[in-house]
Structures are given as C-alpha cells and as structure tokens.
Design a protein around this ligand. Structure first.
Ligand code: A50
Length: 240
C-alpha cells in the first residue's frame, strides 16, 4: 500500500490523530466539556462552529474489561460487522480495497428529521503501534477514518448532503498477570479506549439539532459497539 496515491496523506493523518488521541482531556480549563457519563465512559466535546455550522470536536474515553485493542479495532474496521453495531447506518459499500488494512467506504446514514439525509466517503486504515509506555506490554491498535473524494461518489450529486469527518479509535490493552502458573484469561484484560471525532455536517443543520443528535447518538454508539465486541469475543481465544 506504500505505492498508493493516498499513502502520504494516510501516514500524515494517522500520526496526527494518534498524537491527538494520546493527549488527555487535561484539566477542565483546556476547553473540553464533559457532556455524557456512563460507568467508565466519559464523553467530552468542544463547542466549535465553522461558517456558522456546528463542528464540535468529540473525545470519548472508556475502559472495558475482557477484550483487547486488537479485537475492538478488528470489529470496528471490518465491513462485515458494521451493520451489527452502527445503528444509524442505512447503506455501506466498500469502494476500494487499497490493502488488507486500508479500505475506502461510501456510507449513507438514516435521515434525522428535520435535517436532510447525509452520506460520507472515507478511507479507513487499521494500524498496530508499539506500546510506548510499557515496552513488553501488548501493542496499541488504532483505526483512523478520514473523508476523501472518490470519482464514483461525487459530493452532493444525489439526494444526500455530504458530511466530512475525521475519526480515530485508539485502544491500549493492559494484562494484569494472573496467579503464578495460571493462564491469562479475559478477566485479566483491560482496554483503555479513546474515540475522537470531528464531523462537519456538510450542508446547514440547526446547531440545536446537531448537538442533540451527537448527545444522543455518540454515547449509544460507544456502549453498543463495546458490548457487541464483548459478546462476539467472549468464547473465542484472545487476539492481542
Ligand atoms: C443532522 C445529522 C448530521 C450528522 C449525522 C452523522 C454524522 C456522522 C456520522 C458518523 C459517525 C461515526 C462514523 S465512524 O466512527 O467512522 C464509524 C463508521 O460508521 C461515521 C459516520 C453519523 C451521523 C448520523 C448520526 C450519528 C451521529 C453520531 C454517531 C452515530 N450516528
């Protein structure tokens, strides 16, 4: 995939997004506003507008037991599972398989009244990263999704308003050593998840509608997705 036209952009965006995801939400002064909490899940946003449109950056942090970062990224990246966990998805299509870890998607999302229906074209890249905190710990895994153009789906050519997004799912796994001699079980595994997204809704949509949609949909998405991966992996060997 290093020879593909998108490779330089993918390298640049993945490095930027991973660096951003690793930054904590810091003290409350850094502009991140906690807007949803559920158990270990904390969702933050910054209120930002571009040309009068809400483009609030979102950062969610979550800690889940019993699954690894590789397993989370596997179920997030692979198209065959997406309809199982992405509730707002109406249609998904893989436009191009650049390599086994890089795909280009077209997706239409269900219309959310009163806004018009949205679609998105993005490249999606799955990447394993060395664990810079704990050298002999499991690797860090990430999936970065970033809007791109594709000749088969020009923006705003059909009924949907094209949205533009950058998304990063970053997963750091920790294994707490079991009693001497005992094999590692899923009870010994914890995964720290950081999910960052910036979505430009494309055409105009009322700020109140957009903020209500995100407040409702993002917590639902992260809870549903992590529960889905726990259920899919509970009786399978651990994938690190
Ligand atoms: C008037 C509504 C306009 C925006 C609607 C919108 C925008 C973006 C997206 C979305 C969000 C996450 C991704 S992803 O992380 O890449 C995973 C692959 O699907 C891709 C698309 C979706 C939706 C529809 C509503 C909505 C908002 C959040 C979360 C879920 N659904």
């Amino acid at each position: 995939a290093t020879l593909h036209r998108l490779w330089p952009e993918i390298e640049k965006v993945v490095k930027q997004e991973v660096a951003m995801a690793k930054l904590g939400v810091g003290e409350s002064g850094t502009g991140w506003q906690l807007f949803a909490e559920d158990g270990e899940m904390r969702m933050y946003r910054r209120e930002e507008e571009v040309d009068g449109m809400v483009v609030d950056p979102l950062k969610a942090v979550h800690v889940v037991k019993g699954i690894t970062g590789r397993e989370l990224c596997h179920y997030f990246f692979n198209p065959q599972y997406r309809y199982d966990w992405e509730t707002t998805l109406e249609h998904m299509n893989v436009l191009e398989t650049i390599s086994e870890d890089t795909l280009i998607f077209h997706q239409t999302h269900k219309r959310i009244w009163p806004a018009s229906q949205r679609d998105v074209v993005f490249w999606s890249h799955l990447r394993r990263l060395p664990n810079d905190q704990d050298r002999d710990g499991p690797d860090i895994w990430t999936v970065v999704n970033n809007s791109t153009e594709h000749p088969d789906h020009p923006a705003n050519a059909g009924k949907c308003v094209r949205i533009f997004l950058t998304v990063c799912l970053l997963c750091q796994t920790r294994v707490d050593p079991p009693k001497a001699g005992a094999p590692v079980s899923r009870d010994d595994i914890t995964c720290k998840i950081t999910y960052c997204s910036v979505v430009n809704p494309g055409g105009w949509a009322p700020a109140s509608v957009l903020r209500a949609v995100y407040k409702r949909e993002y917590p639902k998405f992260l809870k549903r997705f992590t529960a889905y991966v726990k259920n899919q992996t509970k009786d399978k060997p651990i994938m690190y």
